[in-house]
Design a protein around this ligand. Structure first.
Ligand code: SF4
Length: 446
């Protein structure tokens, strides 16, 4: 008899992917082997997402599908954000789920399997603390997810911000930072594995170190990462919170080319009244000043943001302010979400009064405005040479990303010919679309 096998389905964001990898490492250290085929697995884990309505639906659908084809003796576990939030309701909606782990208790995965294997067990097993901080580190267990030559590295989790629309603080609790030494060791190990790009993730990366009493923690961490992982070419910051991008952070980024001139800073809206109802920073002057000083310090800065349209009370005038702001600020990348009503959040009493068709219409208008900006921004790169991290090949083409493209959320660079996967190559940009660039490998330095 071979070793028992497990299969993990990871839904939602990169922060969940990291927790999935950590659960996989725990199972492997207990003698389990991984399999890509859920049918061959003895334990199937779905790491769910519970952030907004469509993500919840997808998580439940995947659980139901796997429950329907469950083999006798096979265990089906639901982990992650949806289960943390809805617990027994998930089992009621997806009968066949044997065990439930909250997102704060991913590290209990082996224990849950053991409890489920105990003789005479009939009811589902729950590991669902309702309060307390999210679990971060366990000795020897990685807190990163590697995809080819790129990795996500979790530096913190949980969130202490008060955003009225967001369920994350309910799901994960307050912000918990990893110890700097654990992050630096892991980054060094990733460099030794051949990883060329590290994407730093947390619910709010700019809050890194606050709970540890470290001032300007992200800037300090970035400086230390450059030393600790000399083989890593690119460090990228995702999920910054407005108001906490400090002058010191900007200076640190600008002074080190390995710290990419890329920032993902979700702004969510641009009208102060909407922002106040969202309980978000409403100081638009700060946003103008900070973006201006970032662009001065890093003329090639690629700025990504996200907005929510159709938030309760968003008038046409408020939306027009947002549209004007997007046209004025000329972001490189913009994601637009329609408001999703989340029970239990502080925006619940505001209801969901903006009709779905109005939300969609506003989303369409904002996206159309941004697409024209993105196209012009991309066209400005034609004739320039950019270093591109190659991630795949096929049909005489290679696919990669430049510093302007975070994995999974931004565009690609389509390169003529077969460039080696995992290599960083200089590419002369010859074409531009709204999201993607195209070009060919050149001998000129990037
Ligand atoms: S910063 Fe706001 S939107 Fe982001 S995770 Fe925290 S509470 Fe949610």
């Amino acid at each position: 008899m071979g070793k028992p096998r497990f299969h993990v389905v990871s839904l939602g964001c990169a922060k969940n992917t990291v927790d999935s990898e950590s659960m996989a490492a725990l199972l492997q250290s207990s003698g389990y082997g991984a399999t890509d085929d859920p049918q061959r697995a003895d334990v199937v884990i779905v790491n769910t997402c519970g952030f907004i309505g469509p993500a919840k639906e997808e998580s439940l659908r995947v659980l139901r599908e796997l429950a329907e084809v469950k083999r006798p003796g096979q265990l089906l576990l639901a982990a992650g954000c949806l289960t943390q939030r809805y617990g027994a309701e998930v089992v009621a909606q997806a009968p066949g789920v044997d065990g439930v782990l909250g997102t704060r208790r991913w590290a209990d995965v082996v224990e849950v399997v053991r409890e489920l294997r105990r003789e005479g067990r009939t009811a589902p097993v729950y590991h669902l603390p309702e309060a307390g901080p999210v679990m971060m580190d366990l000795p020897g267990i990685p807190r990163r997810a590697v995809q080819g030559a790129s990795a996500y590295l979790k530096i913190a989790d949980g969130c202490r911000r008060p955003c009225a629309f967001c369920a994350i603080p309910l799901i994960k609790g307050t912000a918990v930072s990893r110890a700097p030494a654990a992050i630096l060791d892991e980054a060094a190990a990733l460099g030794r594995l051949g990883v060329r790009e590290i994407n730093l993730i947390a619910q709010d990366t700019t809050d890194y170190g606050w709970d540890l009493g470290i001032k300007d923690g992200l800037a300090t961490l970035l400086t230390d990462l450059l030393q600790a992982a000399p083989a890593v070419d690119w460090f990228r910051i995702l999920y910054a919170y407005p108001g906490y991008v400090t002058p010191h952070l900007i200076e640190t980024m600008a002074a080190n080319p390995r710290l990419l001139p890329y920032l993902d800073m979700p702004l969510q809206h641009a009208h102060p009244d909407t922002l106040r109802r969202m309980r978000r920073p409403a100081n638009i002057d700060w946003v103008h000043r900070t973006i201006e000083s970032m662009r001065q310090a890093m003329p090639d800065l690629a700025l990504r943001t996200t907005f929510i349209v159709g938030y309760p009370g968003e008038s046409e005038a408020e939306f027009e302010t947002l549209l004007g702001f997007v046209n004025e600020m000329r972001f490189d990348r913009v994601g637009v979400f329609t408001f999703s009503f989340e029970p239990g959040t502080t925006s619940e009493p505001l209801g969901d009064p903006v009709p779905a068709d109005v939300k969609e219409e506003r989303r369409g208008r904002l996206m159309a405005a941004q697409q024209a900006i993105s196209l012009r921004k991309n066209q400005a790169f034609v004739g320039r040479t950019l270093p591109v991290l190659i991630e795949g090949q096929g049909d005489g083409l290679s696919l990669g990303r430049s510093y302007r493209d975070a994995p999974e959320i931004d565009g690609m660079v389509v390169v003529k010919g077969a460039a080696p996967v995992g290599a960083m190559v200089p590419v002369l940009i010859t074409g531009a679309l709204e999201y993607d660039l195209s070009g060919r490998v050149t001998s000129q330095g990037a």
